[in-house]
Design a protein around this ligand. Sequence first.
Ligand code: RUB
Length: 316
Amino acid sequence: PESRVTEEVRQTADAIGRMEIRGAATIADAAARALRDQAEASAAETPDALRAELRAAARVLHDTRPTAVSLPNALRYVLLNADGTTAEDVRAAVATSVAEFRDRLENAQSDLGRVGANRLRDGDTVMTHCHSTDVLACVEAAVEQGKELSAIVKETRPRMQGHITARELDEMGVDVTLIVDSAARRYLNDVNHVLVGADSIAADGSVINKIGTSGLAVNARDRGTPIVCAAQTIKLHPDTLTGHTVDIEMRDESEVIDDETAADIGDPTVLNPAFDVTPPRYVDAIVTERGQYPPESIVTLMRELFGEATVEPWVE
Ligand code: RUB
């Protein structure tokens, strides 16, 4: 089945690895679509052969980036619904579950946006880190309610996802100020809320998000500025219910420094972690499509949604 993984799936996996497709929710959406393309393009004649191909495609997608749990959660959703007694049935079941999954993702984001918007008041200023579609959904819903907002946007070294956030906020009519990451503490007194997204949420309420989130949260707590994490329930990491930790992706040093500059300064070791872990005590609230939770009680929602056991349907 490995050799039958389609070029489209491989291209999606490459694009996720290179971060052309990035952000937890966007990665989940692309992975689900890639599985649908695999099912459509497959020449498999039996349901078992088709399911084996889908599992192989899921493994290729799964092995791209380790931290955003929305990726395995998306793969699990589609594979567990790939039922049918003929290959045609399985193909149809995959198409239906991918469509369902994408609808749920979209609805979850707009429901979450309305919950998050209730925290924001007319005239508020928010500080953002990285680029999160869940965070932007909260801001957009607030703007649609007629609230005028300003934003202080951290540029987010090394990949500058803050630029994407700045553009999208500007398009919503939000007044945007861009700062370098290290200026965040200086401006925390000027903001009413810090809004961040999540790649994963652990059972103890820890938020795993873009590197720099934890330092920002500690500083926000020190300054008394509330920090809110906007994360759909697809960001809840089921493995953490059984004691597993979340892998933090280490990325290439070329994202931080080019070879020539590195040589000039004596070729130091360069570390480039993409994410960090913010302990629950520094987070005021996790906003989901099911409502707002204190981080410490997110575990009750996780048990309700996942039960105790996690399955990995892509493993052979
Ligand atoms: C993106 C990042 C985002 C979350 C949430 O990291 O940390 O805050 O993924 O995004 P990267 P969303 O740029 O390395 O993928 O709310 O869109 O799921």
